[in-house]
Design a protein around this ligand. Structure first.
Ligand code: PLP
Ligand code: SF4
Length: 357
């Protein structure tokens, strides 16, 4: 950590955001009203990547509060993906047979304004106590069908390295757990946190430890973030990318293409493009699924196969994630990457009367 970055603080109050030039002085009351409802934090590294005083800037849009967050739209849900229905013990969500979510901490270095767990992150009961974590680990140990543990939050890389190391060791010791996956925005939101102790904690397991990096705009991958990703891959941690489709941030096909290319060039394999969940006060970020499919089509037509995530919807009510297209096969016709249509199987192959040898 440089001397300069050491002294920079996370911006949490409206006055901090105004002092950094990220909100106009006449908007302070609006920011305070949103902050009374939802957690607010902008890290210095992200603040520096923002265009000051431009509410349309894709980074400002993602992290600086907006009064529209207090608009309630019909159909929005406090628990948009039904975590609660599938939680057998505190800190565990067991929706699919072979994998569970483990949420040891609900704090994040930054609070995204569209967060799907916005009703829970940053609150008072944000860290699992020791006994609660023991109970969650006991649940995993007693369910041999659990092949993978997805550590999420909040942001699990907010845990002190010693606690993370203990958690990885505990999971590593459960014979039927083959894969440990962490979902984090820290490589983007607080890259300096990815230091030797944290890297050692992740690399300490015999089992595969994967990291899914949440990244929504190419400018998020500034120099510090890129270096943090490099430290992770050098430590043997494979990186996959998760992106949330957001109006005014990455719903432009050119921005999406640049983002996917930036991820792959930084050794992050795009994994999921999430259709935005129905969290409260996120209507100003929502696109239609048809718009998402159009973005995906353009990506398929223009970029390397490595740049293709799967576009998924997490079905409200806890029914899980499914791909939502686009679909290239239509009956006996398949569409190519340029929009041309072809019979499949080709007519010549199925022509009757053709001899077989
Ligand atoms: C998203 C999610 C997972 C992980 O799903 P993958 O498709 O394997 O990435 C697991 N459990 C729950 C409850 C989830 O919401
Ligand atoms: S980092 Fe993830 S959990 Fe934290 S606020 Fe952003 S979306 Fe929510």
């Amino acid at each position: 950590m440089t001397e300069a970055s050491h002294h920079r603080r996370t911006l949490r109050r409206s006055a901090d955001l105004a002092a950094a030039g990220l909100v106009a002085p006449d908007k302070l009351a609006e920011i305070d009203a949103v902050a009374a409802r939802y957690a607010v934090a902008v890290t210095p590294v992200l603040a520096e990547l923002m265009e000051p005083a431009d509410p349309a800037d894709p980074l400002v849009r993602q992290f600086v509060p907006d009064i529209r967050e207090l608009d309630g739209a019909s159909g929005e849900l406090a628990d948009p993906i039904g975590d609660h229905v599938h939680s057998p013990v505190k800190g565990i969500v067991h929706r699919y047979p072979d994998r569970v979510l483990l949420t040891p901490i609900l704090h994040c270095p930054v609070y995204c304004r569209f967060c799907f767990r916005r009703e829970r992150v940053g609150g008072d009961e944000a860290v699992l106590g020791e006994a609660e974590l023991e109970a969650a680990l006991a649940y995993i140990a007693s369910h041999p069908e659990i092949w993978e543990v997805v550590i999420t939050g909040g942001d699990p890389l907010m845990l002190p390295a010693t606690r993370l190391c203990a958690l990885v060791a505990a999971l590593n010791a459960i014979p039927h757990v083959a894969v440990i996956r962490l979902h984090s925005r820290v490589p983007i939101s607080d890259p300096e946190r990815i230091g030797p102790a944290l890297l050692d904690a992740l690399a300490s397991a015999d089992k595969a430890v994967w990291l899914a990096v949440h990244c929504n705009h190419p400018r998020e991958l500034g120099p510090a973030a890129r270096e943090a990703c490099r430290r992770l891959t050098k430590s043997g941690i494979p990186l996959v990318g998760q992106t949330v489709l957001l109006k005014g941030v990455n719903d432009d096909p050119q921005v999406m293409e640049a983002l996917m290319r930036a991820m792959v060039a930084n050794r992050i394999k795009p994994y999921y493009l999430h259709h935005l969940d129905l969290a409260p006060g996120t209507g100003h970020f929502r696109t239609t699924i048809a718009e998402g499919q159009a973005v995906m089509r353009r990506l398929r037509g223009r970029a390397s196969g490595l740049c293709q995530p799967t576009y998924v919807l997490d079905i409200p009510g806890g029914h899980g994630k499914v791909p939502v297209g686009p679909v290239y096969l239509d009956g006996n016709e398949v569409e190519d990457w340029q929009g041309g249509r072809h019979a499949y199987p080709p007519a010549s192959v199925v022509a009757p009367g053709r001899s077989s040898c």
